[in-house]
Ligand binder design. Structure first.
Ligand code: ADP
Ligand code: MG
Length: 421
């Protein structure tokens, strides 16, 4: 796989596919990323970026290319626009304009913005770029063809995107598991390289999958086991210990025969969870579940709550965080780790009253002397919201679902496209 250093870029138009899918709070409804729906609806003063981590992570490659005299065209997606046509999808609420503005602030150089993806504005602006200029085009997913399953439809759109540039840099690791036009089809049409973020992610994921130092502790949380059972399955091969917290732990508790009240539950995953637990047992992987739960009267920031044993969650309560005993237990189980992979918050950390479990977990991992990796958009956002220094972890992944699919051992279309010359 080539890096940007292998690419001649001076004076050339370089299309950079970044992952800029940041959470927004918007007054117009909807929004992207994590729980924008739970955020207070503001006035209509436009979208506010609540966590710019992905923009910060993407900025260095863009800066490097611009400094080498490239005419940089940045493309990315934001949220999940709905509708069959560009007109239906192109809503102000999911415009990349505020992201372009923020990128400009971070780069310390102006970032131009085109109000369409491959229309007159984008083609016009891309043509006018001088060496060192940076342009961002509008949300790729305003174009239905970007995510189309129809190869021909995607290819036609990829042709239009490729026409904006002479080179392609794939730097959006968070999207490499998608067979989308900007990820999979464009690199086939232009000389290409992997950006620094993609290369860094790959190096970390390879270290997690090839001879990790032991003990290797995997901590999983977040909302749904269905997102993560496959990765658990493949990590059972390698991990010594598996700590399960967050919303997914209730399906595990239920699978062990306990009632979980109104807690998040994926009833259709219970049998899958049971086989994962049996498999862990066979392989001698220690599985650690919460022993106490912060049980609330409802899903709200100000819901009344109390700590209850994980085996006795009242029928009218829902678990929104792990309790203090579990925080200590998880910290103990992490203390001797030489490798840690953590994905998924241990509670609804977006509500301050239910953030203590995730905070304790993040702090415990930050104290581990070995190789520590935080994966998942919400987990990374949690770390930042606690004010923990990123330096306290070996790596904070921007990968999300893509990292999980890599750890599952699946082929990622965007990586395949970058590997193929
Ligand atoms: P990541 O983005 O790090 O992979 P996920 O997207 O899987 O994490 O899950 C993050 C979400 O899980 C957060 O928005 C958090 O509020 C939610 N969550 C965690 N614990 C619970 C819980 N007990 N009940 C409901 N939701 C939860
Ligand atoms: Mg998430």
């Amino acid at each position: 796989m080539k890096s940007i250093e292998d690419l001649q870029v001076a004076g050339r138009r370089v299309l950079v596919r970044s992952d800029l899918n940041v959470p927004l709070e918007t007054g117009v409804g909807g929004g992207a990323g994590s729980r924008a729906d739970a955020a207070p609806a503001d006035s209509s003063a436009g979208a506010v970026i609540t966590d710019d981590g992905r923009i910060r992570a993407s900025a260095p490659v863009i800066a490097k290319l611009a400094e080498r005299g490239a005419r940089v065209v940045v493309c990315a997606h934001l949220g999940r626009p709905k509708g069959a046509s560009y007109a239906e999808r192109a809503t102000e609420a999911l415009s990349l304009r505020p992201v372009a503005h923020r990128l400009g602030e971070l780069l310390g150089r102006p970032v131009r913005f085109a109000g369409d993806v491959v229309g007159d504005q984008a083609t016009g602006a891309a043509g006018e770029l001088a060496g060192g200029d940076v342009l961002m085009i509008e949300n790729l997913r305003f174009e239905p063809a970007e995510t189309s399953r129809d190869d021909a439809e995607r290819a036609a759109f990829a042709g239009q995107l490729a026409a904006l540039a002479d080179r392609y840099v794939g730097d959006g690791f968070g999207a490499v598991h998608r067979k989308h036009a900007s990820v999979y089809d464009v690199p086939k049409r232009l000389p290409h390289a992997a950006g620094d973020l993609v290369l860094a992610e790959l190096a970390v994921l390879r270290r997690l999958t090839t001879n990790p130092d032991r003990p290797y502790v995997v901590v999983l949380g977040g909302a749904k086991p269905s997102d993560k059972l496959a990765v658990i399955g493949s990590l059972l091969d390698r991990a010594d210990r598996l700590l399960i917290g967050g919303g997914m732990s209730y399906t595990f508790l239920k699978a062990q025969g306990y009632e979980v009240g109104h807690s998040l539950l994926e009833a259709d995953q219970i049998s899958q969870v049971r086989s994962v637990l049996a498999e862990a047992d066979r392989r001698g992987v220690e599985v650690v579940l919460p022993v106490d739960i912060v049980a609330a009267t409802g899903f709200a920031a100000d819901a009344e709550h109390e700590v209850v044993p994980a085996t006795a969650i009242p029928a009218d309560r829902e678990g929104l965080d792990m309790g203090p005993q579990t925080r200590r237990l998880f910290a103990e189980k992490l203390a001797d780790a030489k490798t840690v992979f953590w994905n998924g918050p241990a509670g609804v950390f977006e509500f301050p009253a239910f953030a203590a479990g995730t905070r304790a977990l993040a702090e415990a991992i930050s104290r581990v002397a070995g190789f520590t990796v935080v994966g998942g958009g919400d987990s990374a956002a949690a770390v930042r919201s606690f004010g923990l220094s990123p330096d306290a972890f070996s790596h904070i992944s921007t990968g999300g679902g893509a990292s999980l699919e890599f750890l599952e051992g699946r082929e990622l279309p965007g990586l395949t496209a970058l590997e193929t010359s």
